[in-house]
Write a protein that binds this ligand. Sequence first.
Ligand code: AMP
Ligand code: MN
Ligand code: MN
Ligand code: MN
Length: 287
Amino acid sequence: MPTSPDLHSHSTASDGCLAPARLLERAYQHGVRVMALTDHDTLEGLPEGQASADALGMDFISGVEISVTWNGGTVHIVGLGVDQENTELNQGLASLRAFRDWRAEEIGHRLQRSGYPGLFERARALSNGRLISRTHFARALVESGHADSVAGVFRRFLVRGKPGHVAGEWASLEDAVCWIRAAGGQAVIAHPARYRMTRTRLRKLFAAFVDAGGVALEVISGSHNRDETFTMAAHARDFGLLGSAGSDFHDPANPWIEMGRLPAMPGGVRPIWHDWELQGLQETAAH
Ligand code: AMP
Ligand code: MN
Ligand code: MN
Ligand code: MN
């Protein structure tokens, strides 16, 4: 059964559970033939992902998911087709990882002061020496018996107003888009329905994104329901944005959606891959 390209996924280079090669193999087994690896704020997994995709005969898109602060909130910008050697992009991502390192220690201190010791060390061990995300703290808190599930642990510990929350500034929207473009990539707003923004504010974000040189919206996301998909398709049409599609796969035990199961792009939205040269692109599932 042919499936849609999957242009949003995570490996052990950030907060995913599968090494890049295992992730690509799993995607292949689920029918995916065009795949982007988009780890948070790092390009580290891309060479292994590329090698695995080459061995499997899949199209591999070099990607990244950049953490951005916009209007006081966090927004994620995916870059697709980026040059891994580009200095501007690599320097920008290095600055975000430096902030992550500081933030991880700070999260650890705050949890310790609230009576939950040793979590920085556990989170760091779970990250295998790579970047530390809140997901690693969530897993550490579950493992140490402080919470039942990774989803509940965010609400109790890791969001604003909770003991393990640390505010901070990620990249600006303009810088993130600029780094992606400097590296020859296309900038995409990730999972736009996840930001708990009003319609007005969301449309301000889209306008600012277009001004900055962004080209696509993730209309299809593993984290979108049907209504959200159609709402985002309408926004993409209004703003002249291309549509992207991605599972946002992290963890076989806990997927938003299994790979290879993405719905088709709604009518009237041009897919971001429409002019890509792909060997493995099949017709996407019928509407
Ligand atoms: P960070 O970039 O380190 O702040 O971590 C953000 C990551 O945490 C996201 O990419 C998700 O993978 C994960 N995350 C955020 N909120 C939740 C949630 N409510 N349930 C599960 N995972 C979440
Ligand atoms: Mn994540
Ligand atoms: Mn994200
Ligand atoms: Mn993601």
